[in-house]
Design a protein around this ligand. Structure first.
Ligand code: NAG
Ligand code: NAG
Ligand code: NAG
Ligand code: ZN
Length: 453
């Protein structure tokens, strides 16, 4: 561009003086035309540059809080959680590492500690603990990261130029229908939980119909499910409705005392995928001062395998029209999904999205809210509700055994000496006990005979 301009100036200067008036006149028009072309392309280029600069500048002032990232899952799949074998500054085969988070102005990342639905009724709790251990290690062994567990810590981490790590459970199967387990996860730093993933839990319903476990009708949030929401309100844990069925989401919105989020979902009107949120539910979300953090995965964005930046921006525009910019955030879903729009391939590309929204006349003020202020507002409100409930004792509500139907649940009772049937009258279904319990009792008895030193 600069060399074109210089070319033009040089040519003008070098115009031979002996030319006829006519040719000088023609050349004047030629040169005016060239000047115009150069001027227009300069305008185009400078405006392009300044929009890009504006996006980066805006994101330096309001660095992103992103709602969803599955790096921990990929580290399990690709590296069996051997954190020592990789350098998180630069990780191949994934879209997330420290270098790219920094380039993308990602200031706080909600890291999911997701375990597969296949682990429900099996070792989901252990696997979740292992994923929490992994995120905690990531976020303490690298000085660029900092584990954050409150809105204030999140804000502090920005001032220290750290990437804040929030831990979020993705799928209620992780707590194995146990409020004490939920409370212990909170103690380990978990500050958000999606009530389901693609499987129903015994107490809440998923948007996916791929598993036939815990199917139910007209009971999308059971009495125990309401107890989970109440306990999350009491603890100050953000309820995440991404992946739940619309009925469940609606029931939670009626029941929750605190605002809730969809950490990684988009608009159903723009792309009618069951993971997306219809307008009527967006209105309920807004009434509760909640937040929808738009998912960037191509399939949810365009309902096709391929998507563009413009397709993503359509979701933002639509949701803004329906419930306003104050209800919108960003939840990329990197590492949790495989295909992302052209120009948004990894976490370093967020500025391209902000640039697209600036070009669509979103104001810097609106984008400041979308990038971080909306999430901070919700998090602070969740903490305020927790403070209001601080006199409530931990809930001792337990799920009825008939609702969990879980053969892995041990019903605690003293093993009878010599393994003979107990004289006690059995008072519940579970006390009849599966043969496994008899075997366990026998093993315990034998080990007490032979193994104790
Ligand atoms: C990351 O590592 C790859 C090789 O593994 C290298 O080509 C690339 O330049 C590195 N990127 C950064 C930002 O260090
Ligand atoms: C579903 O349950 C609600 C209240 O629990 C009841 O008012 C409604 O009629 C039920 N709907 C159906 C289809 O059973
Ligand atoms: C989604 O929209 C497409 C066309 O846009 C239509 O063919 C399809 O039937 C719709 N699916 C549902 C579940 O509404
Ligand atoms: Zn997900």
């Amino acid at each position: 561009m600069i060399s074109t301009t210089l070319d033009w100036i040089t040519q003008k200067k070098d115009m031979p003086s002996g030319e006829t008036v006519k040719s000088a006149f023609g050349s004047f028009w030629m040169q005016s035309l060239r000047a115009l072309v150069v001027f227009l392309s300069l305008c185009h280029l400078t405006s392009g540059y300044s929009e890009r600069d504006r996006a980066h500048d805006l994101m330096s002032r309001y660095p992103l809080i992103d709602g969803h990232n599955d790096l921990a899952l990929q580290l399990r799949i690709l590296h069996n959680n051997h954190l020592s074998q990789i350098d998180l500054h630069n990780v191949s085969k994934v879209a997330t590492d420290i270098s790219r988070l920094q380039a993308g102005h990602v200031q706080t990342q909600m890291f999911a500690v997701y375990v597969l639905c296949g682990a429900q009724q099996k070792d989901a709790v252990r696997l979740t603990l292992e994923q929490i251990d992994l995120v905690r290690r990531m976020c303490t062994e690298y000085q660029e990261f900092e584990l954050v567990t409150s809105a204030q810590e999140l804000k502090n981490s920005e001032m220290k130029h750290k990437i804040g790590c929030l831990i979020s459970i993705e799928g209620g199967h992780s707590i194995d229908s146990s409020l004490p387990a939920l409370r212990m996860f909170y103690q380990l730093g978990v500050r958000s939980m999606a009530l389901t993933h693609t499987c129903n839990t015994p107490w809440a319903e998923s948007s996916a119909k791929m598993y036939d476990t815990f199917q139910r009708q007209n009971n999308s949030l059971t009495q125990f499910g309401k107890g989970v929401v109440e306990e999350m309100n009491r603890l100050g844990m953000i309820v995440d409705l991404s992946h739940t069925s619309w009925d469940t989401a609606s029931a939670v919105l009626r029941h929750s005392k605190a605002p809730v989020i969809f950490s990684h979902s988009s608009s159903y009107t723009v792309c009618n995928h069951s993971r997306n949120v219809p307008d009527w539910l967006l209105h309920e979300l807004k009434k509760k001062h909640g937040l929808i953090m738009v998912n960037l995965h191509s399939t949810f964005v365009s309902c096709r395998a391929e998507a563009s930046l413009s397709d993503v921006a359509d979701h933002f525009d639509h949701i803004k029209t329906v419930i306003g910019a104050e209800s919108i955030g960003i939840g990329g879903d990197f590492e949790g999904a495989v295909r992302f729009p052209k120009g948004l391939e990894d976490v370093s590309k967020y500025p391209a999205l902000i640039q697209e929204l600036l070009q669509r006349n979103w104001t810097e003020d609106e984008l400041g809210y979308v990038l971080r202020k909306n999430f901070l507002r919700v998090f602070e409100e969740v903490e305020r509700v927790r403070d209001q409930l601080s006199l409530n004792l931990p809930s001792e509500v337990q799920i009825p055994l008939v609702e969990v139907q879980n053969p892995c649940r041990l019903v605690l009772r003293p093993p009878h000496p010599r393994g003979l049937p107990s004289n006690h009258k059995s008072s519940s279904r579970a006390e009849h006990g599966p043969p496994g319990l008899l075997i366990l009792a026998t093993v315990l008895l034998l080990s007490s005979l032979f193994l104790i030193e």
